[in-house]
Design a protein around this ligand. Sequence first.
Ligand code: NDP
Length: 452
Amino acid sequence: MSKYDYDLFIIGGGSGGVRAGRISAGYGAKVAVAEEYRYGGTCVIRGCVPKKLLAYGADFHEAFEDAVGFGWTITGAEFSWPRLIANKDREITRLEGIYRKLLTGPGCEIFDGRAVLADAHTVQINGRTVTAETVVVATGGAPTKPDIPGGDLLITSNEAFQLPDLPKRVVVIGGGYIACEFAGIFNGFGAKTVQLYRGGQVLRGFDDDIREHLAVEMRKKGIDLRVGVDVVNVSRKGNALELKLTDGTSLEADAAMAATGRRPNTSGLGLEALGVALDAGAAVKVDEWSRTSVANIYAIGDVTNRINLTPVALHEGHCLADTMYGKRPRKPNHEAVASAVFSHPNVAVVGLSEQQARRDFAAIDIYRSSFTPLKHTLSGRRERSLMKLVVDRATDRVLGAHMVGADAPEIIQGLAIVVKAGLTKAQVDATIGIHPTSAEEFVTMRTPVVAS
Ligand code: NDP
């Protein structure tokens, strides 16, 4: 009989924590999970899921416009932000219930409250003290705001999901995933949207062609995307906000949102007093088994700032459970993880960008195709899609696949298998396309556009 109350105590009921908890319990471990806010974590409650629901909603105005070319007459279309938010909230509450059942089903005990570590095996929660052989920190991250005068007047994605009304004029600050996604959402619902990015082009770290193409298409849709400019001061101006910019100009808006990065939730958990090492950005340092500098404490998901994506946190949590209780030791594999930006239009990528491949390989070939999707021959929309393959010339291996355009995430999910499996361009070419689709373009790009 164990000398501890639990085999495993997990702090954080988000994607990583819930996966680690329910799989471990399924293997017979005695598991407790604590969550101070709502089960489901960032992804379910105020991240991926509600964001995608809003992004779907923001698509409709273009669908109405596009329908005309296909013979439809649409009249009287009206949009209600409060109705959308209420429907979204109902769905999130349903999902939260499912997440609780995912834990209680296999026998995990759940705590609603903030857990703090008193020592490596002791957790204090809701006035109780409990012990565990192993502790997993899966507390995720939270949005940050720029440290500028009036910065507290900015909202973040957390508040954007709960705005009582759609602001008529919105400024989005940042050029990463969240900034590009919310600029598209606000713009799609008809808000006058300005996106400000301090760097030269949005989505730093992505393939340069993808970044350029996205910026062009976002502007075509009406987003006032300005690069090389940042906010230096925010103040109230009546019911509105005034933002002073680095270029000397100012902007008025009804809401301004900081999408300027996220910080791991590591403070106030007792980690530092225990000697759990953090990096300069306050993320928990872990080894390849997700073990921290304290032997019985592990960390998974965004709190470790490895790759901050839900499926990665799920994978890390699952590997941990398999290793500790499933007699199947396996380390998380962070190679060739595909990701998508649910901007308007969507972006999806897997593997190396052209710029990364040029650094790491002696010679590469680039295959690129930019085209108007068939649908827009009748809709009249001037939107173009971009697809790109990066290939190692020596081995013919496909190193990266990139796309901007409708359904990019759905298409790149399949291409991710090509990159992950190390398949060759010849094998891609041997694949017969599905006609007429956009996706078939990926198997019909025959001639490299740039050779190095
Ligand atoms: P990102 O790190 O992706 O982007 C942050 C952006 O804010 C960058 O453009 C950065 O500029 C800019 N920035 C940072 N600090 C400041 C500042 N002080 N003033 C002005 N601009 C600043 O963070 P996000 O918050 O967008 O997303 C966090 C992570 O969450 C993502 O990296 C991703 O891993 C995950 N995520 C994934 C999604 C998906 O899968 N679809 C959706 C949302 C989030 P610079 O480039 O110059 O550093």
